[in-house]
Design a protein around this ligand. Structure first.
Ligand code: F6R
Length: 238
């Protein structure tokens, strides 16, 4: 794991944008990006939106989506992506999991087929306070592929800040599995703020265990972890 400590999210985002630029140049634009939502990657999308980078021959896949809400729901990850990135940058193909389709087998198998056709060059990740990546909660198999997930109480509570009340937070989501994420050629995980420090420390210095999904990244050959100082305070080696 390569660990970079940055001043703030803007500086972290700059590193990601530079990586994207290098990848696009190497692939003459035909690259595949794995994208995340949440607070963590917002600065990346803001910087991409005003950058000259051209994604018109690229493909994107999003990590996850809530089950049971429409793409126009303000809390859906479809809405988030349109608002923060796709409105500004068009990709040749942008794939998101269809949270409106209750047929989990079809949704998940189709997504895996698409990813097999367009292997992900670089996957962006945030991390949950319980060490989740995507919506893969503690206990999820490292071999898991795209699947339907029952959200943990911690995640429901944490995500309730975006909804009017906790009862509106969907209880299920579709998510790439840990095996799906690990198949990406490169992974960039960002974490900002003191409330991520414990999860970051377990991910980097702790044993590799399904109790901390992000710890699996220790086994990936190309991982870059971008942290601000508060998120890095629990690390034993910096
Ligand atoms: C988002 C996702 C989640 C978040 C994580 C951190 O697509 O899959 O794993 O990355 O919950 O969320 P934020 O960035 O809001 O702290």
């Amino acid at each position: 794991m390569k660990i970079e400590i940055v001043h703030d999210q803007q500086q972290g985002a700059q590193l990601v944008v530079e990586e994207f630029q290098t990848l696009l140049a190497r692939r003459s634009g035909a690259a595949t990006f794995g994208l995340a939502t949440g607070d963590t990657p917002l600065a990346v999308y803001q910087q991409l939106a005003v950058s000259p980078l051209d994604f018109s021959t690229s493909t994107s896949f999003n990590l996850d989506e809530y089950v049971g809400i429409t793409p126009t729901n303000l809390q859906s990850y479809h809405y988030y992506m349109n608002k923060n990135l796709f409105k500004y940058k068009q990709f040749a193909n942008s794939y998101l999991l269809d949270g409106q389709n209750p047929d989990q087998q079809t949704v998940c198998e189709n997504y895996e087929k698409l990813i097999a056709q367009h292997p992900i060059d670089v996957q962006l990740l945030g991390i949950g306070r319980n060490g989740h990546i995507g919506f893969n909660e503690p206990g999820t198999s490292f071999e898991s592929r795209t699947h339907r997930v029952k959200l943990s109480e911690t995640t429901i509570q944490s995500n309730s800040r975006f909804f009017d009340d906790q009862n509106q937070v969907p209880r299920y989501a579709y998510s790439m599995g840990i095996g799906t994420i690990m198949a990406a050629r490169k992974i960039i995980l960002m974490a900002y703020g003191a409330n991520k420090a414990a999860a970051v420390a377990k991910m980097v210095n702790g044993p590799v265990s399904v109790a901390v999904p992000a710890s699996v990244l220790q086994r990936h050959p190309q991982v870059e972890v971008i942290l601000d100082e508060p998120a890095s305070t629990g690390l034993s080696v910096k």
